[in-house]
Design a binder for this molecule. Structure first.
Ligand SMILES: C[S@@+](CC[C@H](N)C(=O)[O-])C[C@H]1O[C@@H](n2cnc3c(N)ncnc32)[C@H](O)[C@@H]1O
Length: 160
Protein backbone atom coordinates (compact mmCIF):
# COMPACT_ATOMS: atom_id res chain seq x y z
CA UNK A 1 0.00 0.00 0.00
CA UNK A 2 1.20 3.55 -0.71
CA UNK A 3 0.05 6.59 1.32
CA UNK A 4 0.70 9.97 -0.32
CA UNK A 5 0.71 12.89 2.10
CA UNK A 6 1.20 10.61 5.12
CA UNK A 7 2.32 13.02 7.88
CA UNK A 8 1.78 12.78 10.86
CA UNK A 9 1.03 9.12 10.28
CA UNK A 10 -2.57 8.41 11.31
CA UNK A 11 -3.44 6.64 8.06
CA UNK A 12 -0.09 4.81 8.09
CA UNK A 13 -0.92 3.24 11.44
CA UNK A 14 -4.33 2.05 10.25
CA UNK A 15 -2.87 0.83 6.94
CA UNK A 16 -0.12 -1.06 8.78
CA UNK A 17 -2.78 -2.99 10.70
CA UNK A 18 -4.74 -3.70 7.51
CA UNK A 19 -1.79 -5.13 5.54
CA UNK A 20 -0.51 -7.10 8.52
CA UNK A 21 3.05 -8.26 9.25
CA UNK A 22 3.50 -9.75 5.77
CA UNK A 23 2.50 -6.55 3.98
CA UNK A 24 4.23 -3.26 3.35
CA UNK A 25 3.05 0.36 3.58
CA UNK A 26 5.12 3.15 2.06
CA UNK A 27 4.26 6.74 2.93
CA UNK A 28 5.49 10.00 1.42
CA UNK A 29 5.29 13.50 2.83
CA UNK A 30 6.99 16.89 2.61
CA UNK A 31 7.20 16.71 6.40
CA UNK A 32 9.29 14.14 8.23
CA UNK A 33 7.51 11.99 10.80
CA UNK A 34 9.46 12.71 13.96
CA UNK A 35 9.76 10.68 16.08
CA UNK A 36 9.47 7.95 13.43
CA UNK A 37 6.70 5.36 13.67
CA UNK A 38 8.11 2.17 15.11
CA UNK A 39 6.24 -0.15 12.77
CA UNK A 40 8.16 -2.92 11.05
CA UNK A 41 5.95 -2.96 7.94
CA UNK A 42 5.95 0.84 7.36
CA UNK A 43 8.50 2.99 5.53
CA UNK A 44 7.96 6.76 5.53
CA UNK A 45 9.79 8.71 2.84
CA UNK A 46 10.48 12.41 3.37
CA UNK A 47 10.07 14.23 0.07
CA UNK A 48 7.82 15.76 -2.56
CA UNK A 49 5.52 13.28 -4.27
CA UNK A 50 6.07 15.06 -7.60
CA UNK A 51 9.83 14.38 -7.45
CA UNK A 52 10.87 11.48 -9.74
CA UNK A 53 13.52 10.51 -7.19
CA UNK A 54 10.77 10.01 -4.62
CA UNK A 55 8.89 7.70 -7.01
CA UNK A 56 12.03 5.57 -7.36
CA UNK A 57 12.42 5.49 -3.57
CA UNK A 58 8.78 4.44 -3.11
CA UNK A 59 9.19 1.61 -5.61
CA UNK A 60 12.34 0.43 -3.90
CA UNK A 61 10.72 0.55 -0.45
CA UNK A 62 7.66 -1.32 -1.75
CA UNK A 63 9.89 -4.12 -2.97
CA UNK A 64 7.48 -4.50 -5.88
CA UNK A 65 6.73 -2.70 -9.11
CA UNK A 66 3.18 -1.84 -8.06
CA UNK A 67 0.97 -1.40 -5.00
CA UNK A 68 -2.52 -2.93 -4.55
CA UNK A 69 -3.86 0.22 -2.93
CA UNK A 70 -2.93 3.87 -3.40
CA UNK A 71 -4.10 6.30 -0.73
CA UNK A 72 -3.79 10.06 -0.99
CA UNK A 73 -4.81 12.42 1.77
CA UNK A 74 -2.33 14.98 0.40
CA UNK A 75 -3.50 18.58 0.56
CA UNK A 76 -1.74 21.73 -0.59
CA UNK A 77 -0.84 24.50 1.84
CA UNK A 78 -3.79 26.87 1.49
CA UNK A 79 -3.32 30.65 1.41
CA UNK A 80 -6.94 31.79 1.47
CA UNK A 81 -6.45 33.34 -1.98
CA UNK A 82 -8.88 31.40 -4.12
CA UNK A 83 -6.98 31.38 -7.43
CA UNK A 84 -3.69 30.48 -5.77
CA UNK A 85 -5.28 27.68 -3.76
CA UNK A 86 -7.06 26.26 -6.80
CA UNK A 87 -3.81 26.33 -8.80
CA UNK A 88 -2.02 24.51 -5.97
CA UNK A 89 -4.76 21.90 -5.68
CA UNK A 90 -4.72 21.37 -9.45
CA UNK A 91 -0.92 20.97 -9.57
CA UNK A 92 -1.00 18.50 -6.68
CA UNK A 93 -3.82 16.43 -8.20
CA UNK A 94 -2.02 16.35 -11.54
CA UNK A 95 1.10 15.00 -9.85
CA UNK A 96 -0.99 12.34 -8.09
CA UNK A 97 -2.79 11.48 -11.34
CA UNK A 98 0.62 10.86 -12.94
CA UNK A 99 1.57 8.55 -10.08
CA UNK A 100 -1.47 6.28 -10.51
CA UNK A 101 -0.09 4.34 -13.52
CA UNK A 102 3.40 4.50 -12.05
CA UNK A 103 2.42 2.97 -8.71
CA UNK A 104 -0.90 1.13 -8.90
CA UNK A 105 -1.18 -2.39 -10.26
CA UNK A 106 -4.08 -3.64 -12.42
CA UNK A 107 -7.16 -4.38 -10.30
CA UNK A 108 -5.92 -2.01 -7.58
CA UNK A 109 -7.84 0.58 -5.58
CA UNK A 110 -7.41 4.31 -5.11
CA UNK A 111 -8.60 6.57 -2.30
CA UNK A 112 -8.00 10.20 -3.24
CA UNK A 113 -8.82 13.38 -1.34
CA UNK A 114 -10.34 16.07 -3.54
CA UNK A 115 -11.16 19.66 -2.72
CA UNK A 116 -14.18 21.18 -4.44
CA UNK A 117 -13.44 23.02 -7.69
CA UNK A 118 -13.67 22.73 -11.48
CA UNK A 119 -10.04 21.64 -11.83
CA UNK A 120 -10.54 18.76 -9.42
CA UNK A 121 -13.66 17.73 -11.35
CA UNK A 122 -11.75 17.47 -14.63
CA UNK A 123 -9.02 15.36 -13.06
CA UNK A 124 -11.60 13.19 -11.29
CA UNK A 125 -13.36 12.62 -14.61
CA UNK A 126 -10.16 11.37 -16.24
CA UNK A 127 -9.28 9.16 -13.28
CA UNK A 128 -12.75 7.58 -13.17
CA UNK A 129 -12.39 6.28 -16.74
CA UNK A 130 -9.40 4.19 -15.63
CA UNK A 131 -11.37 2.25 -12.96
CA UNK A 132 -14.20 -0.27 -13.01
CA UNK A 133 -16.12 1.67 -10.36
CA UNK A 134 -15.73 4.93 -8.46
CA UNK A 135 -17.74 6.94 -5.98
CA UNK A 136 -17.27 10.07 -3.91
CA UNK A 137 -17.70 10.03 -0.19
CA UNK A 138 -17.41 12.51 2.66
CA UNK A 139 -16.46 10.96 5.99
CA UNK A 140 -18.28 12.17 9.09
CA UNK A 141 -14.85 12.89 10.60
CA UNK A 142 -14.16 15.62 8.02
CA UNK A 143 -13.94 19.04 9.60
CA UNK A 144 -17.02 21.23 9.22
CA UNK A 145 -16.56 23.91 6.57
CA UNK A 146 -13.97 22.05 4.48
CA UNK A 147 -14.87 21.10 0.95
CA UNK A 148 -12.86 17.89 1.14
CA UNK A 149 -14.28 14.69 -0.24
CA UNK A 150 -12.72 11.36 -1.12
CA UNK A 151 -12.91 9.54 -4.40
CA UNK A 152 -12.89 5.78 -3.81
CA UNK A 153 -12.10 3.97 -7.05
CA UNK A 154 -11.79 0.20 -7.47
CA UNK A 155 -10.61 -2.12 -10.21
CA UNK A 156 -7.81 -0.16 -11.86
CA UNK A 157 -7.76 -0.97 -15.57
CA UNK A 158 -4.02 -0.40 -15.88
CA UNK A 159 -1.96 2.21 -17.65
CA UNK A 160 -2.97 1.25 -21.24
C1 LIG B 1 -4.07 16.14 5.87
S1 LIG B 1 -2.36 15.81 5.91
C2 LIG B 1 -2.30 14.05 5.89
C3 LIG B 1 -2.74 13.40 7.18
C4 LIG B 1 -2.47 11.89 7.19
N1 LIG B 1 -3.37 11.20 6.26
C5 LIG B 1 -2.64 11.28 8.57
O1 LIG B 1 -3.58 10.50 8.78
O2 LIG B 1 -1.83 11.50 9.45
C6 LIG B 1 -1.86 16.27 4.28
C7 LIG B 1 -0.40 16.12 4.03
O3 LIG B 1 -0.12 16.28 2.62
C8 LIG B 1 1.23 16.65 2.52
N2 LIG B 1 1.60 17.11 1.17
C9 LIG B 1 1.09 18.15 0.48
N3 LIG B 1 1.72 18.30 -0.69
C10 LIG B 1 2.64 17.29 -0.77
C11 LIG B 1 3.62 16.91 -1.75
N4 LIG B 1 3.76 17.60 -2.88
N5 LIG B 1 4.40 15.85 -1.49
C12 LIG B 1 4.27 15.16 -0.32
N6 LIG B 1 3.36 15.48 0.64
C13 LIG B 1 2.57 16.53 0.42
C14 LIG B 1 1.36 17.74 3.58
O4 LIG B 1 2.71 17.95 3.95
C15 LIG B 1 0.48 17.19 4.71
O5 LIG B 1 1.26 16.59 5.72
Amino acid sequence: MVDLGCWPGGWLQVAAGLVGPGGRVVGVDLAAIDPPLELANVVAIHGDLSDPGVLAAVREALGAEHADVLLSDAAPKLTGVRDTDRAREEALLESIEALVPALLGPGGSLVLKLLEGPEAQQIEKRIRTRFESAKRTRPEASRKGTSEQYLVAKGYRGAG
